[in-house]
Design a protein around this ligand. Structure first.
Ligand SMILES: [Zn+2]
Length: 351
């Protein structure tokens, strides 16, 4: 009988809140940039097949920031109504050597970089290494290949935890340069967008990871197929954004910068669509960690909205004082019901 997957729930929001202060202080300019990218997106052709299962989709279920969205009748995946064409991906990820995209993640100095690794990425690495150990592996001896590695945060975290072989792959030269500047020990390879699947086919790593990356790939199905057919690879570790309560908040707070379904996130997984994809490509789930930031988003959306109006600005501190302390407890209830804005899962290839 197969072992039930390891399940974790919840994560404290404090470190995230301190890293994401821009979300509170630069609302209007960040929102304007999202609307600009949305115009690039809606200029692309209409999508005819589901990004997750590949089956036909049609009609529009709702519109947000001027973009139509369709729930797939086959697998329940949430699809943007347009294709994320090569031109769109280039506009979002690689134009200007990725500098524009890197600004969302950039840590301008070593201290900020190390804080980010410690607060955001070490917990992910600990979860992964612990889950691999429970699955009978010696995780520090395995080789890791992190795709969409950005500035190398996750491979730095793996190395901090004692992993001996971790390498990152990234399309943005600016991100790779930052990784090398801040951490001279990291092994990073820059590659073109169309080399992503071939690299997944040829890597000799035991564990391939995609932290907030699968949703950004132009052809995620091709990538999963490449990994599942690579006999060197045993595990896929991924974190993906989900169609969660946060998206409903975004529908009703159109003046507030959106985080979940906007910009490079042109489609979102559901628990069922993720199950579909895992089954189709021959993986089984060995561990999962549900934690989201829906309640941080609600907190921010109300706070920023109140500050925008002279009628309500004076009550902002009251809101922060009342809601701030209950964010984590409320989010944990969503997480336990698999209603998080994000999930981490460890998949093992069925052999
Ligand atoms: Zn589908």
């Amino acid at each position: 009988m197969t072992k039930p997957p390891t399940q974790n729930y919840g994560k404290a929001s404090g470190p995230l809140l301190s890293i994401k202060q821009d979300f509170f202080t630069k609302n209007d300019e960040m929102l304007a940039e999202q609307l600009r990218l949305g115009q690039v997106y809606t200029a692309q052709d209409f999508r005819t097949d589901c990004k997750c299962c590949g089956q036909p989709i049609e009609g529009v279920d709702f519109v947000k920031q001027g973009i139509g969205y369709i729930l797939c009748p086959t697998c329940s995946h949430l699809n943007g109504a347009h294709d994320d064409s090569a031109a769109f991906c280039a506009a979002v990820y690689t134009d200007d050597s990725g500098k524009q995209y890197a600004t969302h993640y950039e840590a301008s100095d070593k201290v900020a970089y190390d804080d980010r690794v410690r607060d955001i990425y070490v917990p992910k690495a600990e979860f992964l290494l612990g889950a691999l150990e429970k699955d009978g592996q010696n995780p520090l001896e395995l080789a890791y290949a992190d795709f969409g590695a950005g500035s190398g945060y996750f491979i730095s975290a793996l190395m901090n935890q004692g992993a001996k072989h971790a390498a990152g792959f990234e399309v943005s030269q600016a991100q790779v340069d930052l990784a090398r500047a801040v951490n001279s020990n990291v092994e990073m390879t820059r590659h073109d967008l169309d080399e992503t699947a071939p690299l997944a086919s040829s890597t000799r790593a035991d564990v391939v990871s995609l932290i907030g990356v699968l949703e950004h790939l132009q052809r995620p199905r091709e990538f999963l197929q490449a990994v599942s057919q690579n006999t060197a690879v045993t595990y896929l570790f991924l974190s993906v954004p989900l169609f969660s309560p946060c998206v409903f908040l975004e529908m009703v707070f159109p003046k507030i910068m959106q985080r979940q379904l906007t910009g490079g996130h042109t489609h979102l997984f559901t628990e069922a669509s993720l199950d579909w994809m895992r089954d189709e490509f021959g993986f089984e789930k060995t561990a999962e960690w549900w934690f989201g930031t829906d309640m941080v988003d609600l907190f921010r959306m109300v706070q920023v909205s109140m500050e925008k109006s002279t009628d309500t600005k004076g009550m902002t501190e009251n809101w922060v004082g009342a809601f701030g302390p209950v964010i984590d407890a409320l989010q944990l209830e969503l997480d336990k019901r698999h209603l998080s804005s994000e999930v981490h899962q460890l998949w093992r290839i069925r052999r």
